[in-house]
Design a protein around this ligand. Sequence first.
Ligand code: GLA
Length: 646
Amino acid sequence: MIYFGGDYNPEQWPADVVEEDVALMRRAGVNIATVGVFSWSDLEPEPGRYEFGWLDRVLGRLHDAGIGVALATPTASPPPWFTLAHPGAMPVTADGVRLTHGSRDTYCVSAPAYRAAARNIVAELAERYAHHPALTMWHVHNEYGTDCRCDVTAAAFRSWLEKKHGDLDVLNEVWTTSFWSQRYSDWAQIMPPRATQYLPNPAHVLDFRRFLSDELLGGFIEQRDLLRAANPDVPITTNFVQGGWVSVDHARWAGEVDIVAVDHYPAATGAGADAETAFGGDLARGWGRGSWLLMETAPNLIYTPGRMHAKEPGQLTRNSLDYVARGSRGAMYFQWRQPRGGAELFHSALVPHAGPDSPVFREAVGLGRTLKALAPRLPEEPPAARVAVAWDAPSWWALQGGGLPSAEIDYLTAVQQAHRVLHRSGLAVDFVFPGMDDLRERLTAYDMVVLPHLFLVSDEAAAALRDFVASGGHLVVDHLSGIADPAGRIRLGGYPGAFRDVLGLRVVEWRPLAGGTPIALDNGDRGIRWSERVETAGAETLVRYAGDVLAGAPAITRNRHGAGTAWYVSPGLDDDALGRILDRVAAEAGVTPVLPGLPPHLTAVRRGDLLFLFNHGDVPGTVALPGSDPVTVQPGGFQCVESGRV
Ligand code: GLA
């Protein structure tokens, strides 16, 4: 079965609408509904007084209709009575402002009162529904990520630090607290990062982000274990959020859920927008070790700055199939029915304000049919890739700080660019996670690995990446990779300290470029955003800087190391220039596209025996398949081809 459905909020509607919803879900072929995500105040209107009747009725109706339920714990939004009874459990911002209810995600995960109230409602739900026949999976909380800097958090942070560093002298050393007289003489002096006079200590901020991720994970695990004890056979997940706002290290969290569930809201429009969907799907598959579930995406309009972007006809179907091709076990949406009011009343839904007589609902009905027909043909195995891009949440956090050499440095942009360029060349792309213990083992699956802005790297990860090259791999390192240790301290002796030997060079000076002022390269391309002085020590120079004081200095290099090759890309490049380099690396690594020779508006994903072809353009695309008739994919459409015909 391919899961098809989404967030369903019957608590917002009268009984007759719920009846209509069930009938419409059946019409669309919906087989799962995520229920109860923000329903705490409806489930427990007063402390200790529960109203489960409405949920009993909804679960019963859905079950009778053959629709499973991802039952949520409602802990992302405590009710107003909770806030007033426990003001100390409300989060405090870095500026010292204590927030109050009126929106959502307003809680401090470290606050004992919040944790107790959360355990309580979860235990009630577990007792009542753990064996309900409609229960397909538990959906714990919603998009963990709330940040708090209160005194309770401060105490929890200190315990976490004591456990991590053991000794205050060690913390002082790795945080470089001698800089600006920050040396701590007692653990009690350490606060969460709060508003302060000027730049904070980056090591302090980095450890706080790691702490927060672990602290939130503790909140998840507590709920998971309660639910698991009630019925060990029901899978438990929580929806990870992917995008510019990330408070947790999903690669670490992935080991704690039964299935990785991801919310992905691509916002790109126009030619090439499909790269964002591909990025989301490929990264989620990396977290999920091959298998994951698209828990939320938008059926149509999403909240984007400036104005909302409508999807093109067919785009909902095409993007959904793209996620499934990339390993998702389903296609689920936020949300089933568009609300009459509330903060997100204009966010799209499968049943919009216009009702079922609408383009989006008609497309949903067709999509339901398509997924049902596809389900028996869909192979278990995920797409296989020989190229991987590295993803590292702590490097992202480190590069979000102040005091960096250029305001144009953006981790997410760099990783997305590397992925996009490989994707446009038709290559299947996976992700690897240098912060995880299984890095060495995971690298064995690849011929080519790209490290965009892998700013922080441990000795163990650097050794695994070096050995990957020594045993025949092709490693591409860019500026800002391998610069610091996991605490954010610079690896001395010339950048990039972690990879100087494998690259056969050292970088002795950074020369960030002013926005809009490129630097010429001797192959006709231009460096943008970034330049630096590279001195080779064994590496072969492929491209040189041709302008500024760097004229003649190496810009792109290649170094044989053992049986493999390490490539260095010193300047920032646009997609075309980076594409030329990565294509060359791929060619030397013997990595080939999923389907060579595709026109640019067509993409191909192979999942086991099935080849998915997507047309993201506005003209038909014809694909010549060896040994069979050519296949034409209509504009905005897709085709699935059994590989027996290929
Ligand atoms: C998130 C949340 C949903 C909703 C959507 C809107 O993913 O989980 O509750 O707010 O965003 O885009």
